[in-house]
Design a binder for this molecule. Sequence first.
Ligand SMILES: NC(=O)c1ccc[n+]([C@@H]2O[C@H](COP(=O)([O-])OP(=O)(O)OC[C@H]3O[C@@H](n4cnc5c(N)ncnc54)[C@H](O)[C@@H]3O)[C@@H](O)[C@H]2O)c1
Length: 251
Amino acid sequence: MEKDFDGKVVLITGSARGLGAETARIFASRGASLFLVDVLADRLEQTRAELAATGAPCQAMVADISQRANCQAAVAAAVKAYGRLDVLCNVAAALRFGRVTDVPEADWSIIMAVNLSAPFWFSQAAIPHLLETNGNIVNVASQAAQIGCAYIVPYSASKGGLLMMTKSMAMEYMKAGIRINAVAPGTMKTEIGEGVHRPDDLDVELMVRYSGVRPPSEAKEVAELIVFTASDRASAIHGACLSADGGVTAG
Ligand SMILES: NC(=O)c1ccc[n+]([C@@H]2O[C@H](COP(=O)([O-])OP(=O)(O)OC[C@H]3O[C@@H](n4cnc5c(N)ncnc54)[C@H](O)[C@@H]3O)[C@@H](O)[C@H]2O)c1
């Protein structure tokens, strides 16, 4: 395995499990020093210990990133731990199902805080450090940023906002030597929907469009694209949305 991230420091939110953890595994195998952030303390420690056992420098911080101060503290802790920051991956997200008329204010607020505001606060804190390393940001959007998705309207709106935030930030830093991109997965075999209430009287016909006709992807398949996007091989990619959605947005 090529160690093209040797000496580079990568901060990944949502890295206790799922896509974030898979992304961490690939970065680790390619020599990166990792700083993992998640709210799930036990799973985070499990993932940190697994990666550390492979010899990868790996530190972790339990944090609820729906709070701006925690986003800032996580970036500061990563830089304190390793002395630099090369890559920020905003992977964490919250998902809820329901009709528009049933969405509680608390659901709207947490989805916007985790999926849209946190990537902004992380980026705001990280950019001064990324400017020093010619680093980059990879935001995990979704197919839901590109096509309308019934019953997950707040989630879809947050991911659409994240996509345009990615492009607008990329424009602002076009000349500054850092790259900012989005990766947009389709349905993956992860635990994001587990324990999330899903009313059983929803019109499934309206959900077919974004459920896809192919089986869900493995998180690893999408993680490979995130790591590629963060690598020097992607040097011409800036302000892009790279889809890994099994064809859902193809037509
Ligand atoms: N799984 C899918 O089908 C799918 C489809 C499209 C996009 N995505 C996106 O992929 C990314 C990864 O999702 P996943 O499928 O691995 O799901 P996941 O639920 O396994 O991972 C998300 C992680 O974010 C963490 N998180 C949530 N709220 C947090 C908070 N307040 N503070 C800190 N951490 C918090 C969770 O604890 C979890 O570890 C997300 O951005 C998601 O929107 C997933």
